[in-house]
Design a protein around this ligand. Structure first.
Ligand SMILES: NC(=O)c1ccc[n+]([C@@H]2O[C@H](COP(=O)([O-])OP(=O)(O)OC[C@H]3O[C@@H](n4cnc5c(N)ncnc54)[C@H](OP(=O)(O)O)[C@@H]3O)[C@@H](O)[C@H]2O)c1
Length: 353
């Protein structure tokens, strides 16, 4: 397939119970506020592994045929009418929104050679960042941004180039996840102190990203240690990521002064159940949806106003590092199988799409 044409191939899922297949697809076109991007690298996420009936629960609105995937890095090959932020040839990363309720169209999925990205959740890449390094960011970045800044989540102050330091602290339980590493950096860039958890081999990495202290999430005393560390300071909120994190987050929020809000990356039904129990104790738990910034003001605040400069000046780095497991759309099934085995502070990426 020629690189310069806008004809392409996609990993298409024809029905909720069908196995995805690679097919030729019509040329993609850019509407107002959209770009067509020649995809060079993609990353895979836990949601991409969900199939069959479970996908009908997580993405009940999804229309078929569908092209899944959220994480794209590539080159702009067409700009929609009136678009001025990007030019043909620009290297970008973007949150592919094809499976989001508000978009819901295969033209916008990541798992294809040419995709349509929304300008509002696309950012210019510095030359120093490879497509593979950049592809780790979009869904994890959007999810972290949703958790920290959306009004119905922790509703924190947004990141800026030179935020004044606050005494308030964000706890990121699950700091070495992709979402966690983005959340640590965003919270720091907004001026908050950060306490995080991970396994011990990742402590130093999370401190380099801006955490003041990191604790082992497997240690039963960690929630007490974090609560002790918060004495005399104000809790800005807890981000709960990973199995068991919600109970630990509740334990911390009960003992801290300040905001008793918890943003949970847990599946929505158990989060809602726990939320209704804890509400009586004054703790507010909300379920994060990583696609929210696509439609809200948080998306452009991060992808347009913050990220491009922050990547250039080093205020924000692409983390975790990519684990490149193959090339081309053909590598997606193997990438999903590899993700199922678990990763530690790495993101599974496919190059040369
Ligand atoms: N709601 C949404 O819209 C949304 C969007 C994206 C992701 N998520 C969810 O958020 C979670 C993280 O996703 P991700 O892609 O960022 O994950 P990931 O990068 O694949 O996470 C891998 C990391 O998880 C850590 N971990 C494993 N078990 C843990 C536990 N019990 N507590 C804390 N950390 C643990 C490991 O840390 P160590 O190696 O240090 O042990 C490992 O580094 C997943 O559950 C995912 O489904 C939700």
């Amino acid at each position: 397939m020629s690189d310069t044409s806008n004809n392409g191939r996609a990993l298409v899922t024809d029905a909720w119970r069908a196995a995805p297949r690679i097919r030729f697809v019509p040329p993609r076109t850019a509407g107002s506020g959209e770009l067509v991007v020649r995809v060079r690298a993609i990353a895979v996420n836990p949601i991409d592994r969900i199939n069959g009936p479970a996908r009908r629960i997580v993405l009940p609105w999804l229309r078929y045929p569908a092209v899944l995937g959220s994480d794209v890095a590539g080159e702009v090959v067409a700009v929609g009418p009136g678009g001025t932020r990007f030019a043909i040839g620009d290297r970008v990363l973007g949150h592919a929104a094809g499976a989001e309720r508000s978009r819901n169209r295969p033209e916008e999925g990541a798992f294809q050679t040419h995709t349509v990205l929304l300008e509002r959740v696309t950012a210019l890449l510095p030359d120093t960042l490879s497509f593979e390094q950049a592809a780790v960011l979009p869904l994890a970045l959007s999810t972290a941004a949703a958790a920290l800044f959306e009004p119905e989540q922790l509703a924190l102050r947004r990141p800026v180039a030179d935020a004044s330091a606050l005494d308030d602290v964000v706890v990121v339980w699950g700091g070495s996840t992709s979402v966690g590493m983005n959340a640590i950096q965003l919270a720091r860039a907004a001026g908050y102190g950060v306490l995080a958890t991970s396994s011990p081999p990742n402590f130093t990495r999370l401190e380099q990203l801006g955490a003041e202290a990191v604790f082992d999430y497997r240690d039963r005393t960690t929630a007490d240690h974090i609560a002790a560390q918060l004495r005399g300071r104000r809790l800005a909120g807890v981000l709960a990521i990973g199995r068991g994190s919600l109970s630990q987050a509740v334990h911390i929020a009960r003992r801290a002064s300040g905001s008793r809000r918890i943003a949970s990356a847990y599946p929505t039904p158990p989060t809602r159940l726990r939320g209704s129990i804890e509400r009586r104790r004054g703790i507010r738990i909300s379920a994060i949806w990583g696609g929210t910034p696509i439609d809200s003001t948080v998306g452009p605040a991060i992808y347009t106003d913050f990220l491009p400069n922050a990547l250039v000046n080093g205020q924000f780095v692409a983390a975790p590092p990519p684990l490149i497991i193959g090339a081309g759309l053909e590598a997606i099934p193997a990438a999903l199988r590899r993700l199922g085995k678990g990763v530690s502070a790495q993101k599974i990426v496919i190059s040369d799409i």
